[in-house]
Design a protein around this ligand. Structure first.
Ligand code: FES
Length: 324
């Protein structure tokens, strides 16, 4: 049975099927209500029921006061819906709504997927996941003593706050040693974050243009996955650029989005055709009501794309993510 859930005051709306908890359903739908442990201990996910009926599906040790229960307060991580619901919820909308978290995570996998890029997969403890918004980064310790750290954008969706994916350049060095070599011996890694802007937009009304160069695809992937997890999205374009004609990494992932979503348009390009492609982007954006741009890549790339877009329209909203 499907129920419609509405968060107040944000008016964020999503559906819940079956017996998943309201917290699980909200995260999978791309929203970020306050929470901590996932397991009924911290009380961070306490909310207030305004309309509808709920069903307890998980035990919780956190004890609500009698007065709180009478007020309709309950824990999002322990209940599911029995009807359509309206719930008063504190949500993270902007980056400053989220605490900086320090977590010891497990290194699940580190794999070179081509000559230039490796994908690092990390897993947090079940009861201490990382709350973040799409387009943010973490600091990752590169040694067992946590003395050397590096800033890396998260390349996965905030809807899976336990399994984090990061894209690393294979030639990146830390203190004279390849970053991938430093990490390959480590079983656990300390991370801190999230940092950076949230880069949120209104996916149901605005047309997004994601334009990225090489591993600038990392934060863009997180933004796209987040947008795809929300129920209604307007048109989305992804233009990827690489220096050579080689196949872009995770190209098949982008092709899969194109196959699965009618509103997703993807094009992989070499920098040699940059001028031609940027003109295509401008033509596509000019007839959209509220186009919004997300650029990600190195300094030179960001400067060039911004200059070309600004030359056409000064008032287009352009977000830049510098990825080194
Ligand atoms: S997230 Fe900790 S009690 Fe629900």
């Amino acid at each position: 049975m499907t129920h419609k859930i509405r968060f107040i005051p944000s008016n964020h709306t999503f559906t819940l099927d079956g017996k998943e908890t309201l917290l699980e359903a909200a995260l999978q739908s791309g929203y970020s209500p306050n929470y901590g442990c996932h397991s009924g201990n911290c009380g961070e996910c306490k909310v207030k029921l305004l309309n509808g009926s709920i069903d307890k599906t998980k035990h919780h040790d956190y004890a609500l006061l009698e007065q709180e229960k009478l007020n309709g307060e309950f824990l999002l991580c322990a209940y599911t819906a029995q009807s359509d619901l309206e719930i008063e919820v504190n949500e993270a909308i902007d980056a400053e709504d989220l605490p900086i978290q320090s977590i010891r995570v497990k290194l699940k996998n580190l794999k070179a997927i081509d000559d230039n890029i490796s994908v690092l997969s990390l897993q947090t403890p079940r009861t201490h996941t990382l709350r973040f918004l799409a387009g943010q980064y973490i600091n990752l310790s590169c040694d067992d003593n946590n003395e050397v750290s590096i800033k890396i954008y998260i390349a996965s969706c905030p809807c899976d706050d336990r399994n984090l994916q990061l894209h690393l350049r294979n030639d990146k060095e830390i203190q004279g040693k390849k970053l991938t070599e430093c990490l390959s011996d480590m079983l656990h890694i300390q991370i801190e974050g999230p940092f950076g802007e949230s880069n949120a937009y209104e996916p149901d009304t605005q047309t997004a243009f994601f334009i990225c160069h090489e591993h600038g695809f990392g934060p863009v992937k997180s933004l796209i996955e987040h947008t795809l997890s929300i129920d209604d999205q307007a048109l989305m374009y992804l233009f990827r650029f690489a220096n050579s004609n080689e196949t872009q990494y995770l190209h098949n992932q982008c092709r899969a989005w194109t196959d699965a979503f009618d509103n997703f348009i993807y094009q992989a390009n070499s920098m040699e055709s940059y001028q031609e492609i940027v003109q295509q982007i401008i033509v596509a954006a000019k007839d959209k009501k509220e186009p919004i741009f997300y650029l990600a890549g190195n300094e030179h790339f960001l400067k060039q794309v911004k200059k070309d877009l600004n030359a056409e329209q000064k008032n287009w909203v352009i977000n830049s993510i510098l990825v080194k």
